[in-house]
Ligand binder design. Sequence first.
Ligand SMILES: Cc1ncc(COP(=O)(O)O)c(C=O)c1O
Length: 492
Amino acid sequence: MHIEIQRKAESSLSKQIYVSIVDHIRSGLLQEGIQLPSVRDLSKQLGVSLVTVVKAYKELEQDGFVTSVQGKGTFVNTERKEVVDTKQEAYSFNWQLSVQDYLPRSQFARFHQVPERIHLSSSMIDPGLLPNRNLEREIHQVLSENPRILSQYGEIQGDAQLRHAMYEYLKRLGVPAAPENILVTSGSQQGIDLVARTFVGPGDVVVMEAPTYPGAIDVFRGRGATILTVPVDHNGMRVDILQNLCDKYKPKVIYTIPTFHNPTGSVMTPKRRRQILDIAQSIQSIIIEDDPWSEIYFDKKPPVPIKSIDPYGHVIYLKGLSKTLAPGCRIGILVASGSIFSRLLAAKANTDLGSPLLTQKAILPFIKSKKMTDHMKKLRTALRIRRDMVLEVLSQHAPSEVSWIIPQGGLNLWVSLPSWIDTNHLLLEAKKQQLTFLPGSACYPVEQENHHLRLSYSYMSEQLLHQGVTTLCNIFHSEISSKKVHESSPYF
Ligand SMILES: Cc1ncc(COP(=O)(O)O)c(C=O)c1O
């Protein structure tokens, strides 16, 4: 188990230990019944006092994440039960845990193979809306035209024809990207990882929006970065706060999702796009512009990407194809220039020597043809219907204490509950009813807020979506009313 400690961070050491262990539990990396290291071992391993570890463990126990058993040790409760089975055989000493890793958290592990029937947790498109038949035919075609395709490496930078097709495609989105500035990655997750492994090391400052995409937090945390956060409002990242942070800390990397932000759905205004670029230029930082779904807009087209106004190569632009075309192909596009590009290409070589050629060849005819444009139109219509339906169910059935941001595009809707509701707890209730969503805490890199959740309306059929959101509203009602009854708290 890797616990990262940052002595210069604002939160206390015991809080950092607490957060790290909670992240491991929520990620599924620490499972029910696993014994945590003894207080003595952990304090030695981390170079902190016994008191610090005791404080962290006490807080974990108070919040129901672990149970201490006299004379035996401290054990994980994934379900946050107040009382656990204290029979000795329920616990196991796990030698594997004594092998140190460098993995602070991985939120994807939490939703790995979820058995639930109604997934509102994944920003993924309903497979019924994706061009599976078409891609299946193309795979056969590619194999029949080049039966040896699996016995060869592709170009590390990515197939030249695909890069050319993406150059044409990106031009229509307003992104200038010559084929030689394009790198094909295994999804945009790999794009984020390549930037992190190339430019971010322990203690380097990375700025992220709060909330943000959990998978990016996991990557930067894994590099030992010092993460600073900037809140997001209806107009995207609060650039005034970013400016203050940058004046003080000069971050190396600023990670942003300006268009239909994940998880809030907000869209950064053109003015803020200009300002964020000006800031990056003034302090010589890199901006990662993650743009998985700007083509999925419901009303008007969003502003052009920051990359389109970037003459000096500060922006590394990522366009994943998982959210619009085929997550199984694992293809994303990274656009950068100059020595930043060549170093990222070198990192790609070190990582996997290039993405698989078969899937790159298979998507090529689709991307090059009008089919891609027609498909995007279809997606916009289908997802707009789903978004509208969710908004209708929420406005009819959600308690008055619940609010949400109406997304103008993308796949997600951000819901806020009263501050005294913990959506991690709601998730346990939801799972009992075969339903999942993403608890907001997963989306905060530093100080977690527990009373939000992300609801993805893109994956389930309309019928199951309706059923799921109605059930969720019932869970909101019962949770809010039971808290009101049971808590004689100053909140009321
Ligand atoms: C904002 C954002 N970036 C990147 C990714 C990674 O996607 P992929 O690697 O499939 O392109 C996701 C996936 O959900 C995402 O939401």
